[in-house]
Design a protein around this ligand. Sequence first.
Ligand SMILES: NC(=O)c1ccc[n+]([C@@H]2O[C@H](COP(=O)([O-])OP(=O)(O)OC[C@H]3O[C@@H](n4cnc5c(N)ncnc54)[C@H](O)[C@@H]3O)[C@@H](O)[C@H]2O)c1
Length: 323
Amino acid sequence: MSRCVVTGGAGFIGSHLVERLLADGHEVTVLDDFSTGRRDNLDPLASHPRLQIVSGSITDPLVLANALQGAEVIYHLAAAVGVKLVAEDPVRTIETNIYPTEWLLKFALQGGQRVFLASTSEVYGKNGKEVWNEDDDLHFGPTSRPRWAYGCSKAIDEFLALAYHRKSQLPVVIGRFFNVVGPRQVGNYGMVIPRFVDQALSGGPVVVYDDGSQVRCYAHVREVVDCVVRLMETPAAEGRIFNIGSDQPASVLELARSVIERVDPAVKIEHIPYAQAYGEDFEDIQRRVPDVRRLSQTIGRTPSMPLGAILDDVIAWKRQAAR
Ligand SMILES: NC(=O)c1ccc[n+]([C@@H]2O[C@H](COP(=O)([O-])OP(=O)(O)OC[C@H]3O[C@@H](n4cnc5c(N)ncnc54)[C@H](O)[C@@H]3O)[C@@H](O)[C@H]2O)c1
């Protein structure tokens, strides 16, 4: 049994991770300010004897230091997340995603804690390669476009974590998540699957930005959490970066069609330009596919649930939540 802290533990991925860590017999402290996370996500676990929930912000160093006290393992997931939120509030993105990570790494070094750092496929920016591997270049757009603030902020977190590892042997593992999806994900901040499912369930239209030819790979959150936990149990993962995601590509238009086919084939698709959704200065990434060989070689598995099965799970959860 380990004592674990999950920052952002009331969020989508965080709440699944908390569930898994408790099931594995660990003690868990959640630190969350409930900005994009929700209390309901932890409701079924709220009275668990090995769970403590701290309401507070990682942007307050005292709150952060107190929450980390006595922990052995830290999963750092709290962040300003979501394309929409980030485009609308770049200052919050930078302040939430950079300084607190530096403090957390410093505290972890002092406390002798192991750290998992949640990063993102956004760090690759608009790298034009078909498949991205962990050593590829990062191709960000100009700083005048707020969209790049998210990927840049997470890239700085990665630099910091690797520097702490090199300089002081801090045991840290970096996971770059690629479109993690599943029950409890909400569509308010631009996440595509919950938005499409909500739109289809309420009769449509399902709104696709531009022509829908953008390519993404979707991984079920429970499989992603399993990869994270296994990486933290594997000494060879320390000081390294891992793509964590599915490597099965699907276009956004295919995704919209699959959702409609499952919910109600009569629902229509509507196309709107990106500018209408996110403003004139928005730039998107056309293709985002991970090379997951490093993950597979290190822990012996990668997320592999087919998109159809993932959609069935999300739709069932949405229908149940609506009841
Ligand atoms: N979902 C994905 O596909 C995806 C992809 C790439 C990276 N990630 C990363 O995974 C992590 C979790 O993302 P998620 O999808 O579960 O999003 P989420 O918004 O559900 O989770 C983020 C959590 O952090 C909390 N939080 C935000 N600011 C905070 C603060 N100042 N103090 C304390 N808590 C704060 C939120 O309330 C929320 O519970 C994030 O670091 C995100 O960047 C997610």
